[in-house]
Design a protein around this ligand. Structure first.
Ligand code: PEP
Length: 250
């Protein structure tokens, strides 16, 4: 990792009771591994736990985020949660465009762009998730697909907001149960292509995380790559020891 800022975050997806969320937040507040170098940490609980987790981590350097936002500012949108409401909890970032939302809720690039704009308007950072399916990779179109997703997500981003967008490259075939992590030779060309696009879009210092089956066995190799500015972790970070262990190893 060599002294540079390195991001590690986890989304809890649809897991954890209130008690489990509180235990995790308390462990993180107590065990933030500042002594492990310039780590930037974040956790992304489900909406119902957002207030409690943000409250427990207020004043700590660990950022708290939401797993999604409504593209609409307010009003008659049953089931939606606005970016203003999310920001009010103390959340500092919003995850947008995760593969599971694109799959389960048919989220398009246009919708992702509207959500990115909503989160930025309320002063938060965005963790923009992008990634190709196995079919697209097999067709040799991974770079084209992923850079296209990034460009599309920036459609409504104002120049003064663009540095608040972090990109998480999460190949669809690498995330979740039964998948394998991408290898560095698979990750690095995509990160390099995304970095070039982000610079072209005006970002001064792009931050590109890798996500997909990160675990204690591959964290070291991934964190050593100059192309990888951080890790976005699911299963391996769903308990505080797992999360803090990965932070220590990075
Ligand atoms: C994810 O779904 O974003 C993810 C990174 O999951 P996992 O680490 O469990 O593969």
């Amino acid at each position: 990792m060599s002294g540079r800022e390195f991001w590690i975050g986890t989304s809890w997806k649809m897991t954890k009771s209130v008690a489990e969320a509180e235990r995790f937040a308390a462990a993180l507040a107590a065990g933030w591994p500042g002594h492990h170098g310039p780590l930037r940490l974040f956790v992304i609980p489900p909406y119902p736990h957002l207030n409690r987790v943000a409250g427990a981590l207020r004043g700590s350097p660990v950022l708290v985020g939401a797993q999604d936002t409504s593209p609409w500012p307010d009003g008659a949108h049953t089931g939606d949660v606005s970016a203003a409401m999310i920001a009010e909890t103390g959340a500092a970032l919003v995850e947008i465009g995760h593969a599971e939302r694109r799959r389960d809720h048919h989220e398009t690039d246009d919708l992702v762009a509207a959500k990115v704009a909503a989160a930025l308007e309320h002063g938060m950072r965005v963790v923009l998730c992008v990634g190709e399916s196995q079919v697209i990779r097999d067709e040799g179109r991974a770079l084209e697909h992923v850079t296209g997703q990034v460009r599309a997500a920036f459609a409504l981003v104002r120049p003064e907001e663009r540095d608040r967008v972090l990109v998480a490259y999460e190949p669809v075939w690498a995330i979740g149960e039964g998948s394998r992590a991408a290898t560095l030779p698979e990750v690095e060309p995509v990160h390099a292509a995304v970095r070039a696009v982000l610079k072209d879009l005006g970002q001064a210092d792009p931050v590109i995380l890798y996500g997909g089956s990160v675990n204690p066995g591959n964290v070291d190799e991934l964190a050593r790559s100059a192309e990888v500015d951080g890790l976005f972790v699911g299963r391996a970070a769903w308990d505080p020891d797992g999360f803090l262990g990965l932070c220590a190893a990075a």
